[in-house]
Write a protein that binds this ligand. Sequence first.
Ligand SMILES: N[C@@H](CCC(=O)O)C(=O)O
Length: 259
Amino acid sequence: MSSSPIGIFDSGVGGTSIWKEIHHLLPYESTIYLADSVNAPYGPKGADKIIELSVKNTELLLQKGCKLIVVACNTATTNAIDFLRTNYNVPFIGIEPAIKPAALHTKNKAVGILATHGTLTSALFSKTSGLFTKDIHVIEQVGNGIVELIESGKLHSEEMKTLLSEYLKPMMEANIDYLVLGCTHYPYLMPLLVDLLPSHVKIIDSGEAVARQTKAILEQHELLNTEMAKPKLQFFTNGNVEVMSSLLGQKYQVDYLKF
Ligand SMILES: N[C@@H](CCC(=O)O)C(=O)O
């Protein structure tokens, strides 16, 4: 039904960066967001476990009546979206690292990508990357520890700055002019990254593209909400409510839910 909510899930709070883009583009759509923080990070887990967790989140969103599901997690998309699309009869929107625009626009022919182990080792990522980066130096970096720090409320910590400096060093040495953020937690690092990187480096993520794709698929299925009324915005976490509230902004209510 077109008035039903859009369901969104991530391994934790990171996907709220995608929720913000979706809500900005589609302000009349009701949404239900699930942060599976108790199981974060998904990145180091094997594909079978990531599929199992994605199924659990999907089934809960479907029980809550969602008309479309956004997998607001690169790791879950690259490992589980094919399984979800095959097994559930609802449209799914996924998110993948924006390697294509970076590869098309880099002048230095050098692009950095920061993502999880699960994303960088996935078949879907190697396929996309292989298609667009033949003559480009791609510096891949696993963001070990970043998601854990964000999930524990240490976004602006010294530990985070130290980790990021270490991860960006080889990229700066290779003179990258694009940095691709391949994890939905990472847009929250933007102020830190801007401080650490030279000003000519462009930092890109896929958030806006996901919002546009969500709109296009809703239109295609005639599922766009036609009522211009105040939407119902629900946020659930099985982890720390305060951490999520501080990232999202205090005007939104976050509830604890065991799932
Ligand atoms: N939100 C993350 C998941 C990170 C993790 O749980 O390791 C992503 O987009 O990949």
